[in-house]
Design a binder for this molecule. Structure first.
Ligand code: DMJ
Length: 480
């Protein structure tokens, strides 16, 4: 089991893996931009991978395929499927498809052993995907979905064409960083011209690049990607308040805060913290580890709040700690602010399990005092399954599989339509009304987290694996 005495305060995907791995590190490694980067030693295999449940894994895979067939039938080559009307839509720029769902699905297909689909997707990317597009692409989404997806696809298949596409795309994104006077990226970049726009953006968008760019630097030997991503994060950290908190949005030209709301662990700041820890996990970056720990301490001190036996995180004024808000986004469920305290991580998951049990499908946002709905939609969110996987992976506690299965059953019951899977527009309605959209991250996340929880697949190295905020396996894919 996990030795919590050497555990660190961690978030989201890297979080509990970090608990197992902490303190077992090699001292070798390369140095990039003054930060040490090394490979970790092998922690013992996480207990959660020990007992495969092939029958449930098969059911999950069948549902993934159901969603995928809807995409292939109605939207092939486009970004996202509208599975009810049988239409499609683009995610980044109207009229400019980049086959986003194909890129998102690639390593999921691989993990599930769907090799014909892997080939189909990889061939399409190599033959058809061209990023010479005269349109503004959102830097954050481009990085976590496309750069990350192409990296994971390359790591799964070894196909150089995928890596070449990835490098081409990252080079087109880089001006968002290099043209910024502070090093914090602009929100948008025109992929053809390099024109940048959008100077005010939230922390998740500024600081969720280090893992993808770091892996790309490692694979290519070109440190420009890692350097740009790290510099952006440093610029944010330098702007923390005297009580050690960050607000939500910054102007990347002036370097000034655009608000005063300390809203961790919620979006749109969530993955900023996740990637600080991730940079330590993946690259042994001690500076990021230390930043993470100091933010963690401040967050626990100023934002953690108990309501009965449930744990939540309030929004506060980042300079004074004064209460601003008691809303919580369902995306925050994937972030477990444990601070070396495994019990705290479990508590937060249990808080969200109470929401799942109350509504069957978790609403986008709640007021946590009475678990009342603030935003009643569910955009096919993967975060609860993500969290269940992390906790099961590390503890082997059957509770996480039981609750993950409950999530899956409700996913199938309320989100399934003949053309695939779709969003729910009001989780309080009976029957629950459905919308007409399958976000591309569904192919990267929901079914992958569930499949990893139940399958024990030999294609994933449960002892070393590391997944990004978008569920991309950036380390630990085993070649078939
Ligand atoms: C995904 O795109 C990623 O998980 C991202 O970090 C934010 N949330 C969506 C899914 O909800």
């Amino acid at each position: 089991m996990i030795n919590t005495s050497r555990a660190a305060w961690t978030t989201r995907r890297g979080m509990l893996y970090a608990l197992a791995a902490a303190g077992t590190l090699t001292t070798g490694g390369l140095v990039v931009d003054g930060s040490r980067r090394a490979e970790p030693d092998v922690p013992s295999a996480p207990v959660g991978s020990a007992r495969p449940d092939p029958s449930r894994a098969r059911e999950i895979r069948a549902e993934f395929l159901h969603a995928w067939r809807g995409y292939k039938r109605y939207a092939w080559g486009h970004d996202e499927v509208l599975p009810v009307s049988g239409r499609h839509r683009e995610f980044f720029a109207k009229g400019h498809p980049v086959g986003l769902s194909i890129v998102e699905a690639l390593d999921t297909h691989y993990l599930m052993g769907l090799d014909d689909e892997v080939d189909l997707c990889a061939d399409w990317i190599v033959d058809h995907l061209d990023f010479d597009i005269d349109a503004d692409f959102q830097v954050f989404e481009t990085t976590i979905r496309l750069v990350g997806g192409l990296l994971a696809g390359y790591l799964a298949t070894g196909r150089r064409g995928l890596l070449r596409r990835c490098v081409d795309l990252a080079d087109r994104v880089l001006p968002a960083f290099t043209k910024s006077p502070t090093g914090m990226p602009y929100r948008y970049v025109n992929l053809r011209t390099g024109r940048v726009s959008g100077a005010t953006l939230p922390l998740a968008e500024i600081g969720t690049n280090m893992l993808e760019f770091g892996v790309l630097s490692d694979l290519t030997g070109d440190n420009r990607y890692w350097r740009a991503a790290k510099r952006a994060v440093r610029a944010v950290v330098q702007r923390r308040s005297s009580i050690g908190l960050l607000a939500t949005s910054l102007n990347v030209e002036s370097g000034r805060w655009a608000d005063r709301q300390g809203s961790a662990v919620d979006p749109p700041v969530d993955s900023f913290y996740e990637y600080l820890w991730g940079a330590w996990e993946m690259f042994r970056d001690e500076e990021c580890r230390d930043w993470f720990r100091s933010f963690a301490a401040a967050l626990r001190k100023h934002q953690a709040e108990r309501v009965g036996d449930r744990l939540w995180f309030k929004h506060v004024d980042f300079r004074t700690g004064a209460l601003l808000d008691r809303r919580q986004s369902s995306l925050a469920v994937a972030i477990l602010p444990v601070g070396g305290d495994n019990a705290l991580a479990a508590d937060y998951y249990r808080s969200w399990t109470a929401v799942l049990d109350k509504y069957a499908v978790i609403p986008e946002a709640i007021d946590y005092r009475r678990l009342t709905v603030v935003s009643a939609r569910n955009e096919l969110r993967p975060e609860y399954a993500n969290c269940a996987f992390q906790l099961y992976w590390q503890t082997g506690d059957a509770y996480y599989r039981t609750t993950a299965w409950r999530y899956f059953q409700n996913l199938r019951k309320y989100h399934r339509v003949p053309g695939g899977y779709t969003v729910v527009t009001d989780v309080t309605g009976r029957p629950m009304p459905q919308g007409d959209h399958c976000p591309a991250y569904v192919f990267a996340e929901n079914f992958k987290w569930l499949y990893l929880t139940f399958s024990g697949t030999s294609r994933f190295d449960y002892a070393h694996g590391y997944l990004s905020t978008e569920g991309k396996v950036l380390r630990g894919l085993r070649r078939a």
